[in-house]
Design a protein around this ligand. Structure first.
Ligand code: ZN
Ligand code: ZN
Length: 251
């Protein structure tokens, strides 16, 4: 867990996770939370959607890796996300186009288009992008390695297809699920395409698999951290854990 919050303070970092040191999931804190050595060890990063809290450190990791002479970082995302990154982020205005730097050599980053539900090999894992339900085009991911599969919800409110596919993923070892707002802010959560503990619980029961599957929760808004944690603690029948910075899990 490099970053696992829905906002930033000195004690909260925006979404970024690293699997086995090589594959990053989202880039909200890849440079604020990782040493240079660990940044350069990454071979790929999958990006769920183009919101700033999930892409921001692509800017600084691309720059750092270029200076370090690191290999090209493969950046996997769906077509709408790649288009947004090219047009609004690596556009030679907000930030240089690091897909074309350094000049004449292998670039700092390279985009790899992920077709929805089509498996792609990235960072030593098989990655499948699944459409979820947020305010812009957003993917969750099913990431499969030798030891099993990990699911990442992306930013989403209630959704169906992710759970359908997970019900056909027999080696599923753990879930990384978003939850952002307390129940009292349900209208805001619904309008912004996020979960509250009550909608999360209603979604988790769509998973037919054993209810004790480890479910790690991220993207809580810092302002509501304590309130959301209290509501999560009151949910019965699941194996829920709120992610903490720099925590490590083995599956
Ligand atoms: Zn978002
Ligand atoms: Zn977000």
């Amino acid at each position: 867990m490099v970053g696992c919050h829905g906002g930033e303070t000195p004690r909260h970092r925006t979404s970024a996770f690293v699997v086995d040191g090589t594959l990053a999931i989202d880039a909200g804190s890849l440079t604020s939370g990782l040493s240079l050595k660990d940044q350069n060890r990454l071979t790929a990063c999958v990006i769920s959607h183009a919101h700033l809290d999930h892409i921001r450190d692509l800017a600084t990791i691309a720059d750092n890796r270029l200076q370090a002479g690191a290999d090209t970082l493969q950046v996997g995302a769906t077509r709408p996300t790649i288009d947004a990154l090219k047009k609004h982020f690596f556009n030679d205005i907000i930030w240089p186009d690091f897909t074309a730097l350094p000049k004449g050599e292998s670039p700092a980053i390279r985009f790899v288009e992920l077709d929805i539900e089509k498996p792609v090999q990235l960072g030593g894992f098989q990655v499948r992008a699944i459409e979820v339900n947020h305010t812009i085009d957003t993917a969750g991911f099913i990431i499969t390695g030798q030891d099993g599969s990990l699911a990442y919800s992306g930013d989403t409110g209630p959704t169906e297809r992710l759970w359908e596919l997970l019900n056909h993923t027999p080696d599923l070892k753990a879930l990384l699920c978003e939850v952002s707002f307390p129940n009292v802010e349900q209208a805001l959560a619904t309008a912004s395409g996020h979960h509250t503990p009550q909608t999360l619980a209603a979604d988790l029961v769509k998973l037919v698999k054993p209810k004790d599957i480890p479910t790690l929760l991220y993207h809580i808004k810092p302002v509501f951290q304590a309130e959301v944690e209290r509501e999560i603690a009151a949910l019965q029948g699941f194996n829920l854990q709120v992610c903490a910075l720099d925590q490590q899990f083995s599956f």
